[in-house]
Design a protein around this ligand. Sequence first.
Ligand code: DP6
Length: 353
Amino acid sequence: MSWKHNRGRVKTKAPSNIAWIKYWGKKGLQLPINPSLSMTLDKCHTVTELGFELGSMGDSLTCEFYFHGEKNEKFLPKINTFIDRVRGIYPFLNSANFLEIRSENSFPHSSGIASSASAFCALALALEEIQSKLDGEERDLQRAGQAARLGSGSACRSLSGGFNLWGDLAGELGSDEFAIEMEDVHPVFKSAKNAIFVVNSGEKSVGSTLGHSLMQGHPFARARIEQANKNCVKALSCLRDGDVWELGKIVENEAMSLHALMMTSDPSFILMAPETLELIEMIRTFRESQNIPVFFTLDAGPNPHVLYFEKDKEPVENILFQTMIGRCEKGRVIMDEVGAGAKVLESRFGDSY
Ligand code: DP6
């Protein structure tokens, strides 16, 4: 097969996202065992440049990866697995003999933010841009979502902004293959903010492959799937109605359930630190005493994400955060908010890579 161009370079930017309803456990090829719902972030993102050169069909493909300008071999196996998985989706890869990937994250490497979501989303969007330009067609975001998912499940939730649902859910449009952006979101949620309190920036987390596999044969697996489905249905209706209190309760229930599942897995993991519990207590006490809707969620790590809304910014940031900051490592807090999703920043074809 011959393509319209044989060289090119595209640059994309993709945000990370934070799950309000957690994806925990997989089946088949990166399909989730339960639906999840996330908020797309704005400031925590990856910028990726992908250069390619085409040869002949069946040529072997060499891939080079640079992270913050330095050649990086550590992430290459994961990238190569990803490239092999998406060859069927992006056939130009079967004629490519060289790929150069250059990535930079806006957030510190060990800040407790999962970088795989933004990294694979940026890479999938770059591949999507190349394939659609070579075919002379419009970009297909569902196809890009399927590709992103094959790199990292949560990456498919970063393509679009706002709130994204990934996974089959009765009565909703959700799909296990890719995420969809929720429409009709109440304005209050469009002003949602997310501050990450870094209590431990070390690598004290469960790797995703091991983490998700803990759900196989987990004694609470069936109950978890049922809980996530119910939580997701309720969360979507809160998102539409603007019910911040009910949705906040669900989000905290999800974070605690994720950690409870890890604690009761075999092997068992405790990923919360003493400071995590102290911060959770502070958030709950402040919420109850001030009657302000401020909540927390957690990833598979110890750093609480505080969720709140624009209208409550002043008391939350000036009073609550001032008491919390002393529990953080070097006072580190990463402030973020709802973002608009991934973008193609530049795209050049035919001249150089
Ligand atoms: C706890 O998407 O990182 O953050 O598909 O193996 O790459 P892989 O896993 P990943 O898992 C995210 C798990 C989580 C919850 C969530 O983001 O939904």
